[in-house]
Design a protein around this ligand. Structure first.
Ligand SMILES: Cc1ncc(COP(=O)(O)O)c(C=O)c1O
Length: 442
């Protein structure tokens, strides 16, 4: 009975989809059934090139047998172990392996289940750190306009996406924002890091002057803002932010949920920009998207400040039932093996020039007002149509999907972030489908 039921087309009524226009989707569903390497296969048997690594997470490509086997082995050996006051070697091994690739000193690893949870965890660590050091007045958290830090109340509070803020008006108190770095007028079509805008980092000085440094715990930014349209920091910007944080005793958090694990051609964006924050949040590529998991990388300074007080005391009063889940940790270790064996954490650097040239080659097509690339990421910004922002890019998205390419759109910006196993032939195919879609859209 169950099998018979399963083989029928499922009802579209019950699954309430996340970040989706559910009614529009249900009227014309787009469904994937299989995935291998660089391609999905739809339920009606069409191959679709994955231009977005799923949701920025399948960095080693789909259907990696070694990860599936590691998960199966782990689940049949030990499916679950409590994460509070009990441990298992797989989580410790995974943390050790992560520490080995982390930017210098960020080798204290706390496991979560998602990017949103990693962000909440990092914000809490920052508050706990200052309190432990006798600076409990530092409670203010600073984000940046156009930042995306997931969907927890912490993340939407420090995030700078207006719809998140408008729809859920209850936020953490004591949050402020610095300005974003987007500057179309001066920086459009920059081949890589934009030349103009380092001074936008000085906005942090404005916020410090307004609130007082003694009230500020941390600043959180995405090194490259992804979800609001691939905003690449101007040259020198992140260094300047680091300097201002140091000057005022403020912790710097990099949200590397999308930039972590090779996306920019280095293991982390911190490596790419040569700027070391105090805390890094990750998820997504951590397990190649196979099992949900996140990890927060804390500096020894942050960690050690909390390792004080009586030894029977829980140092950080925080954690999840599934922190360090055995199956997720096993998936993560197998993922790191693949990244290592195939050189994927730096492969983006090898492909970056071909990627940049191919994507920038689209610049004379209609409606394009900017193209931005870095590592294996691209943002293509379209002018919005009068019938409403986002409609033009959505049409490009549907057209691409129907002709065999998955892209992502945010407003009228197309975001591309393919698996890091991308070959020239995939790049040619991606550009060909996308350029014809861009030529067709009104
Ligand atoms: C920078 C950043 N932070 C946090 C998140 C939230 O991650 P999750 O959806 O796993 O909660 C995302 C998701 O795209 C992200 O891009």
């Amino acid at each position: 009975m169950a099998d018979a039921k399963r083989s029928n087309q499922p009802s579209m009524d019950n699954y309430w989809m996340p970040f989706t226009a559910n009614r529009q989707f249900n009227a014309a569903p787009r469904m994937f059934a299989e995935a291998k390497g660089m391609y999905y296969t739809t339920t009606d048997g069409r191959r679709v090139l994955d231009g977005t690594a799923g949701l920025w997470c399948v960095n080693a490509g789909h259907g990696r047998q070694a990860i599936a086997s590691a998960v199966e082995r782990q689940l049949t050996t030990m499916d679950y172990a409590p994460s509070f006051q009990m441990g298992h070697p797989v989580a410790f091994e995974f943390a050790e392996r992560l520490a080995a690739i982390a930017p210098a000193g960020l080798d204290r690893i706390f496991f979560t289940n998602s990017g949103s949870e990693s962000v909440d965890t990092a914000l809490k660590m920052a508050l706990a750190y200052h309190r432990a050091r006798g600076e409990g007045t530092r409670t203010r958290l600073i984000g940046r306009e156009r930042g995306y830090h997931g969907v927890g109340f912490g993340g939407i509070s420090v995030g700078g996406i207006v719809n998140n803020r408008r729809t859920f008006p209850t936020h953490l108190p004591g949050v402020d924002h610095i300005r974003d770095t987007h500057d179309l007028e001066r920086n459009a079509f920059s081949p890589c890091e934009p030349a103009h805008g380092v001074e936008r980092a000085d906005d942090l000085e404005r916020v410090v002057a307004l609130h007082g440094a003694e009230s500020i715990a941390a600043v959180i930014v995405e090194p490259v803002a992804g979800s609001t349209g691939v905003l690449i920091p101007p040259k020198g910007y992140l260094q300047r932010l680091r300097e201002i944080c140091d000057k005022h005793g403020i912790l710097l958090i990099f949200d590397e949920v999308i930039t972590g694990f090779g996306r920019l051609g280095t293991p982390f964006a911190a490596d790419y920009f040569g700027v070391t924050p105090d805390i890094i949040t990750t998820a997504k590529g951590l397990t190649n998207g196979v099992i949900p998991m996140g990890a927060v990388f804390a500096s020894r300074q942050v960690h050690d400040a909390l390792m004080d007080g009586p030894e029977n005391m829980i140092e950080l009063f925080h954690g999840y039932t599934y922190s360090g889940h055995p199956a997720a940790a096993a998936a993560g270790i197998a993922t790191l093996d693949i990244y290592h064996d195939e050189g994927l954490l730096t492969r983006g650097a090898e492909m970056a020039a071909a990627w940049r040239d191919a994507i920038h080659g689209l610049k004379d097509l209609p409606h394009i007002v900017d193209i931005r690339t870095i590592g294996l990421v691209a943002g293509i910004e379209l002018a919005s149509r009068e019938d409403g922002p986002g409609k033009r890019a959505y049409e490009v998205f549907v057209d691409c999907f129907e002709r065999g390419l998955l892209i992502r759109v945010t407003g009228d910006i197309i975001a591309l972030s393919p698996p890091l196993i991308l070959e020239q032939s995939h790049l040619d195919e991606l550009v060909s489908v996308l350029s014809s879609a861009l030529q067709r859209v009104a």
